[in-house]
Write a protein that binds this ligand. Structure first.
Ligand code: NA7
Length: 551
């Protein structure tokens, strides 16, 4: 296996005309480039960062780690790649996943068509030419038949606009924009704002060397021990000998992850049997805790049993009873905000150098020269870490000035929330595709499974258009309306909308409250997409010359 590099790529030339522009060089953008090349298309990837890897390029905070097992959170499209690559741990850390992304870029010769340090600022549809004019912050304008937004679901880091932010004289970091050279927090007084997945991974690592860590918590999170550990040769071999069958099974599951799914209601078991079930899952570790029963996201009564189990675990781990109660989530069902996987998160509160400040009813008022103020009290820090998350799913797309037919802006069209057909396209924006867009399973699934499914479907769709000399693909308004209604209907059969989560846009002031991902399950969703394709791309117009219906 060639030694993976993390070398940056010399900026490649941006042609003025091309078949496809792909925005983003994360796992979605890289695989899309590979597939489009296979169709004989010319394509270029435009990427804002100085390297490939997307999420894993940006999120370099201490402890950053995938919470899906690496044997599953990896590409399946190349049998040689999946056999030859070896993961060192059950859940790979960010540096290893980034090495993997770089290895893929090298192995498939992708770098020659990836232009780094190039942020797409606008994309405007020219109806006469049936092409997108894509503009970058370097002043390039590219005319592309197709534009593929591989921009990621959690790529627009959100910094709350606290008054006085500029006045703080210490160091300021956001977990999603962590400095590449690393940060030395040893011996420092550190404030961490937020208790989502990023904070839960970062806090125990920061606490190992910091003088003191003060955590500001608005909403506590349910977290399950990850039980990470070194990859064993037996476990790796077991997966590798059965990779094809296991990948195929994973694609049919609800969230694209093979887990020991228990297909019965939590209420069918006695309290003692339930306790044994949850304890066994807690010992195994990981977010597949939610597979303990089949109705944890649909039945409040069942969910309560799992939630109470986790609360009791927190109470048994955290020695200070008051802190334990603050850390135990009580006002939303388990799993309806992204469940976390941790290493010594709750345990960290037993350290003398870690304290928790509840800001639920006393929001951070302002930053000062020395720190921050909440509840009328000033806390002094050498460094403040914002682990405050992202403008998820739509934030990055809407940052780009996207204008479709008749100059309609995507920001206007999505004012009341995103509207798509299958999370792949939106009506009025022909030839503009989204990989894992809102309205698809995306963040509710193993992202690699959903990325490959979308890229494969789209490559087939463009191959279909190409073979019929078509140059335009667009969903009908009716198909989009029906899909949006279906996505909503399915979401509201679950407990998800009852939590103020980033799935609902609730973490961004003023953002419409709409449940954005599709909760119907990746297996069911894949079948639906395949049926659409089998019926000649039902719900899409696939056309040749203007006005001519050919497909
Ligand atoms: P998350 O999960 O969105 O967490 C952000 C945290 O920051 C969360 O605890 C928020 O509290 C908190 N937050 C956000 N804004 C504020 C303000 N203004 N004041 C205080 N606290 C605030 O982001 P992560 O980066 O941890 O994880 C994102 C995803 O990445 C994760 O789900 C995985 O899929 C990978 P809130 O809960 O909104 O009350």
């Amino acid at each position: 296996m060639p030694e993976p590099t993390t070398a940056t790529t010399a900026p490649c030339h941006v042609p003025s005309e091309i078949d496809a522009v792909i925005v983003g060089a994360g796992f979605a953008g890289m695989y899309m480039l590979h597939r489009l090349r296979g169709l004989g298309m010319s394509a270029i990837v435009l990427e804002a960062g100085t390297g490939v890897g997307g999420t894993w390029y940006w999120n370099r905070y201490p402890g950053a780690r995938c919470d899906t097992e690496s044997m599953q959170y990896s590409y399946s499209f190349s049998p040689e790649l999946q056999q030859q690559w070896s993961w060192s741990e059950r859940y790979a850390g960010q540096p290893e996943i980034l090495r993997y992304a770089n290895h893929v870029a090298d192995r498939f010769g992708l770098r020659r068509d990836i232009r780094l340090e190039t942020r797409v600022t606008a994309a405007v549809w020219d109806d006469g030419k049936r092409r997108w004019q894509v503009t970058t912050d370097r002043g390039d304008t590219v005319s592309a038949r197709y534009c593929v937004m591989a921009t990621g679901c959690l790529s627009n880091a959100r910094m709350p606009d606290f008054p006085g932010r500029e006045s703080f004289r210490g160091e300021v970091y956001h977990t999603g924009h962590w400095p590449h050279e690393g940060v030395d927090l040893a011996g420092k007084r550190v404030g961490v704002i937020g208790t989502g997945s990023s904070a839960i991974q970062a806090i125990p690592v920061i606490a190992e060397t910091a003088a003191h860590v003060t955590v500001f918590q608005r909403t506590p999170n349910y977290s399950i021990p990850a039980r990470n550990g070194p990859m064993t040769p037996d476990y790796e071999q077991d997966w590798k000998t059965q990779y094809d069958a296991r990948r195929a099974m994973a694609r049919q599951t609800r969230n694209g992850i093979l887990a020991n799914f228990n297909d019965k209601s939590a209420l069918e078991d006695s309290p003692e049997a339930r306790q044994r079930q949850y304890e066994a899952r807690w010992v195994t570790g990981g977010t597949t805790f939610m597979a303990s029963y089949n109705d944890l996201i649909t039945s409040k009564a069942s969910n309560d049993t799992a939630a109470e189990f986790v609360r009791n675990q927190i109470r048994s781990i955290v020695k200070d009873a008051k802190t334990a109660e603050l850390l135990a989530p009580k006002d939303y069902p388990i799993g309806t905000k992204r469940i976390c996987a941790d290493t010594n998160y709750f345990e960290v509160y037993n350290r003398d150098n870690v304290s928790l400040v509840d800001i639920r009813n006393a929001p951070i008022e302002r930053l000062t020269e020395k720190g921050l103020v909440t509840g009328g009290k000033e806390y002094e820090f050498d460094a403040v870490v914002f682990a405050t998350g992202f403008d998820a799913m739509t934030g990055t797309l809407l940052k780009i000035d996207i204008r479709g037919r008749d100059g309609q802006s995507l920001r206007t069209k999505w004012e009341a929330g995103p509207r798509t057909y299958l999370g792949l396209m939106t009506a009025g924006f022909p030839n503009l595709f989204m990989i894992t867009g809102p309205g698809s399973p995306s963040v509710l699934s193993n992202m690699l499974v959903s990325i490959e499914q979308h890229v494969d479907w789209l490559a087939d769709c463009l191959g279909h258009a190409q073979s019929r000399q078509c140059n335009l693909v667009e969903p009908t308004q009716q198909a989009e309306d029906d899909w949006v209604a279906h996505v909503n209907e399915v979401a509201h059969k679950t407990l998800y909308p009852s939590a103020a989560s980033w799935y609902m846009g609730a973490n961004v002031p003023g953002k419409p409250r709409v449940f954005m991902p599709y909760i119907g399950g990746v297996g069911r969703y894949r079948q639906h997409c395949d049926d659409v394709a089998a019926k000649g791309y039902e719900g899409f117009r696939v056309e040749g010359r203007v006005g001519e219906r050919v497909g």
